[in-house]
Ligand binder design. Structure first.
Ligand code: NAD
Length: 282
């Protein structure tokens, strides 16, 4: 019996360049989505760090790859090797998706797009509303800038006074300079401000590492009295699927969502950039 070839001489390639990366579900997800859409393309993971990144980006052009995903430690440094950046990637200062249009490489950041799409998918409309996002690292910055670009009215950022706090201050400056959204940053240990800002918010998001290994079972939220049933609570953490933060949201009767939909929709946004097609309508 003749085996049905799934790869031919015409098969296109998108990459995933990061280190470490062998644990990623993305190549399986994207390749299955290409197959279902009838697109002759696959995604492969490549162990690329900052020392090999420039050559790896050159390979996208030389090998005429359709593009690539990029993850740590390359997200914040890959921009210098590209021809163009999308507005959100330029503001966030991070690229997780590269599109190759006839040798012209454009960098996008779909992490925040994925978060906003995950909210929209649940019927949650945050346009003109106030949201509180705890964190000032990579995921938090992408969510905060994208929320501001997408018309959220006001964003309150909280972070502990570690090395990320200055990045949060920079995000506030960028949001105020480039969007109509109001933004402020507070010390996460200022519990009075935390209680007040949560009380005024439609959505409360955890975008810190607390909840995932080695911080399982830990949250920065002092107690459930900070929550109310009509607050929507989201976590960027997806492993474990139920964090202490989300358990408290559940106890308080809030609607809640873990980081899985955000991850799925950031991949769907990259898929659309490469193919022009919706991942979930195929
Ligand atoms: P990062 O290292 O860039 O930022 C870490 C953040 O955690 C900072 O704000 C830091 O101040 C905060 N933090 C660390 N230790 C803390 C502590 N003890 N108390 C309070 N705050 C603390 O990390 P990142 O890439 O932004 O990732 C953050 C989380 O988001 C991780 O759990 C990651 O898995 C998750 N994430 C999810 C998605 C998704 O698609 N769902 C995408 C990216 C990241």
């Amino acid at each position: 019996m003749e085996a049905k070839a799934i790869i031919s001489g015409h098969t296109e390639l998108v990459g995933l360049m990061a280190y470490p990366i062998r644990h990623s579900d993305s190549p399986a997800m994207q390749t299955e989505a290409f197959r279902r859409a009838g697109i002759d393309c696959i995604q492969l993971a490549f162990e690329v760090d900052n020392t090999t990144l420039e050559d790896a980006v050159k390979a996208i052009r030389v090998l005429k790859m359709r593009g690539s995903n990029v993850s740590m430690p390359n997200k914040t440094v890959v921009g210098q090797y590209l021809d163009k950046l999308s507005p959100e990637a330029a503001l966030i200062g991070s690229v997780n998706t590269i599109v190759n249009d006839n040798g012209v490489l454009t960098g996008y950041c779909t992490d925040g797009i994925g978060y906003m799409a995950a909210l929209k998918n649940e019927g949650i409309d945050v346009k003109g509303k106030k949201i509180t996002i705890v964190g000032a690292g990579g995921a938090a910055t992408a969510m905060q800038i994208q929320a501001a670009l997408d018309g959220v009215g006001e964003i309150s950022i909280f972070n502990v006074k570690d090395a990320f706090y200055a990045r949060g201050e920079e995000t506030v400056r960028k949001i105020q300079e480039h969007t109509t959204c109001k933004a402020s940053i507070f010390d996460l240990n200022d519990h009075e401000a935390l209680r007040r800002e949560i009380a005024e918010s439609t959505v409360l998001a955890n975008a810190t590492e607390l909840g995932m290994k080695p911080y399982e079972g830990i949250t920065w939220l002092p107690d459930v009295s900070y929550l109310r049933p009509d607050l929507i609570v989201t976590d960027t953490v997806y492993a474990p699927p139920m964090t202490r933060f989300l358990e408290m949201a559940c106890e308080a009767g809030c609607r809640y969502m873990n980081g899985h939909p955000m991850m799925l929709f950031q991949g769907a946004a990259a898929f659309k950039l490469w193919t022009g097609k919706e991942m979930f309508n195929v």
